[in-house]
Design a protein around this ligand. Structure first.
Ligand code: NAI
Length: 254
């Protein structure tokens, strides 16, 4: 590792997979990785603009990119997706488990199906990605997993109607920290906990209003304001950082 800090942030030759990469935070992070000269594989589920976005990043930044359709809650699709990255790119240096979803309703109004849906994407999805990419990391003897959790793993934010979502995020935060210890010989694992960001998920009037009311900075974050955190964790600038949880919330949880 170079002692020059700008060199440490350079991702040249590294293969990075991002889930939920067609939208919001996932696309901003994919862009960050391409800007830093990494090879980027954008995983998407329903939004197939990911294909055009991957091509665009390749063209603008001169790096190899790809887009794969993978439902992270499906074990076979995750296994195949990981295998395909290894076949196409030769290795996986960084895996960013970012995809997630929320159904915002009081628990007394949520159906069991709605509960299961959130669990299957936010909990099973992250676990499956970690499990199968962990095999690759172990085989390589090196790896880097970054999990997008939420400030709602730390506090019960307003609006309140997200009990299942909040609990899924508490799960992945503690799961990630546990993996940091389990995988200490071959991979780093870190967590990012965003506050309210201006994505599809953060678009509700109540989220915008609560960010205005509760964040110290008095507003939502723009996705460009979280790119550097992921680049720090993905790059050699953070080689001594594992098991950490970076809160990026404009001061909401203070
Ligand atoms: P978004 O809704 O814009 O993007 C989420 C992405 O996940 C979408 O591309 C969607 O297609 C994908 N996805 C959903 N289910 C999937 C599945 N089964 N398989 C594969 N992909 C799937 O939301 P945003 O804000 O970019 O969210 C990214 C992450 O950040 C999520 O984990 C979310 O929980 C987290 N987060 C977002 C906050 C915000 O205010 N925007 C606050 C805290 C955390």
């Amino acid at each position: 590792t170079s002692s020059n800090v700008l060199e440490q942030f350079r991702m040249t030759g590294k293969v990075v997979v991002v889930t939920g990469a067609a939208d919001g935070i996932g696309y901003a992070v994919s862009e960050a990785m391409a800007e830093a000269n990494a090879y980027v594989v954008l995983w998407y589920n329903s939004n197939d603009t990911a294909i055009a976005k991957a091509n665009r990043l390749s063209k603008i930044h001169g790096v190899k990119t790809s887009a794969y359709k993978v439902d992270i809650s499906n074990p076979l699709e995750v296994q195949d997706g990981i295998q395909k990255v290894v076949t196409d790119f030769g290795r996986i240096d960084v895996f960013i488990a970012n995809a997630g979803m929320a159904i915002s309703k009081p628990i007394l109004e949520q159906t069991l199906e709605e509960y299961r849906k959130q669990m299957s994407v936010n909990v099973d999805g992250v676990l499956l990605c970690a499990k199968y990419v962990g095999e690759v990391f172990k085989h390589q003897g090196t790896g880097n997993l970054i999990i997008t959790s939420s400030m709602s793993a730390h506090i019960v934010n307003v609006p309140t109607d997200q009990p299942v979502y909040n609990a899924t995020k508490a799960f992945v935060t503690h799961f990630g920290k546990s993996l940091a210890r389990e995988w200490r010989d071959f991979a780093r694992v870190n967590i990012v906990s965003p506050g309210f960001f201006d994505t599809k998920m953060g678009a509700s009037p109540s989220a915008i209003n609560e960010a205005y009311r509760m964040a110290v900075l008095g507003r939502q974050g723009h996705v460009k304001e979280i790119k550097g955190i992921y680049l720090y964790l993905a790059s050699d600038a953070s080689t001594y950082t594992t098991g950490s949880d970076v809160i990026v919330d404009g001061g909401y949880v203070l």
